[in-house]
Design a protein around this ligand. Structure first.
Ligand code: ATP
Ligand code: MG
Length: 359
């Protein structure tokens, strides 16, 4: 039997996304890049977190959209280089053990600790939920996330900055559980991406599916160009000869993140600061750099999409794999807590009585 302290155990990654739409460049620099880089070294598991979606979107229409959104998301994974031979991808709601572990972990953290989290307030705000209408489930978002991470007993969690505090809660929950019931869970480490929070094209906040400020991995070249041409830059620069600000300027944050010609970027920043380059040129160079990055992604995406049913098969097989891991973990969790003992006693008594009656 494997245990949390067994050093021969393969190290695991657990991370993923809510199936609320296609993925964007923020996901790429925040988390996807690390997943691709580490899939040889770790057993990588990606969760399609549809139960997490329910915390802010619960209509029948939202739920009906999950299947298509999941397919799109997995195509995005494959497009950036996630290899389905190495990485397991699964659907959260299809693993019953997650509901069970979530219930048990709910008592390992205080309401106060959760209610203070800025990330939950931010999520509520984005979903136009005020304090009065905060669902219990949204407050419990980090607990469900802890259940996701602890169920396959993951060691590493690649996330963007908005999710860092949730991994910290997972660590606290794991520690409390282990202290009360014995060592069952490893304490997972978070891993921040190269750019922990990529700004949106509106320059207002982080790039986000739900904020209409994202460059999607599946956008074609013309759409990318259009979005960059409309993107926010230094608003004080009414003409090309006005010295500009490269800080808090999404166009330059994108150059830093996606333009591999470092010298050209440094020179461009210098000219921008001195008022010696127009926005049109800065943006065109960015469009070219993005095309270099995104053209191979688009190519891979269309190849995978042409193989009908492949994506469904990947998700289905991944879900079976995680169910197996989940069953193993839950056996250990129940036995460590002794939570199954009362039921076992009842069953034994009934079995004995039945035997007596029939003999
Ligand atoms: P939603 O608007 O539905 O919340 P989202 O775009 O914020 O969608 P999530 O599914 O919440 O995306 O996030 C998935 C993962 O990607 C998380 O680890 C998150 O931290 C990371 N991430 C999301 N947006 C960014 C960003 N702009 N920069 C860096 N990382 C990001
Ligand atoms: Mg989000």
């Amino acid at each position: 039997m494997t245990s949390a302290t067994d050093s021969s155990e393969t190290k695991r990654i657990l991370t993923g996304d809510r199936p609320t739409g296609r993925l964007h460049l923020g996901h790429w620099v925040g988390s996807l890049q690390n997943r691709v880089r580490l899939q040889d070294e770790y057993e990588t598991i990606l969760i399609i977190a549809d139960l997490h979606m329910l915390t802010t979107k619960q209509t029948k229409a939202d739920i009906e959209a999950v299947a298509d959104n999941a397919r799109g998301m997995v195509l995005d994974y494959l497009a950036v280089g996630i290899d389905p031979e190495k990485t397991t991808i699964y659907l959260q709601s299809a693993v019953p053990e997650i509901y069970e572990l979530n219930t048990l972990l709910c008592n390992m953290v205080t309401v106060n600790r959760l209610a203070r989290l800025p990330s939950l307030k931010e999520m509520a705000k984005n979903a136009q939920i005020d304090e009065e209408s905060m669902p219990f489930g949204l407050l419990g978002y980090p607990v469900l996330q802890a259940a996701d991470i602890l169920l396959p007993r993951a060691h590493l969690v690649p996330v963007g900055r908005d999710n860092l505090a949730h991994v910290e809660i997972t660590r606290e929950i794991a520690r409390r559980f282990n202290r009360l019931y014995g060592e069952v869970f490893p304490e997972p480490e978070p891993l921040l991406g190269e750019v922990p929070a990529l700004m949106g094209t509106d320059g207002q906040g982080k790039m986000s599916k739900s904020a209409n400020n994202a460059i999607m991995l599946c956008d074609d070249q013309a759409t990318v160009a259009k979005k960059i041409k409309r993107a926010y830059t230094d608003p004080n620069r009414v003409s090309a000869d006005v010295p500009g600000n490269v800080e808090n300027n999404p166009v330059f944050q994108y150059h830093d993140a996606f333009n591999s010609d470092r010298d050209a970027v440094a020179e461009l920043k210098e000219r921008y600061r001195q008022g010696r380059v127009g926005d049109v040129e800065v943006k065109q160079l960015l469009i070219d750099a993005l095309e270099l990055l995104m053209a191979p992604m688009r190519q891979r995406m269309s190849e995978y999409a042409a193989d009908k049913g492949l994506v469904d098969e990947i998700i289905w097989n991944g879900t079976e794999r995680v169910r197996q891991l989940a069953r193993e973990t839950m056996r250990e969790v129940r036995s460590a807590m002794g939570i199954n003992r009362a039921a076992t006693r009842l069953r034994r008594t009934v079995e004995k009585r039945q035997k007596k009656k029939s003999s």
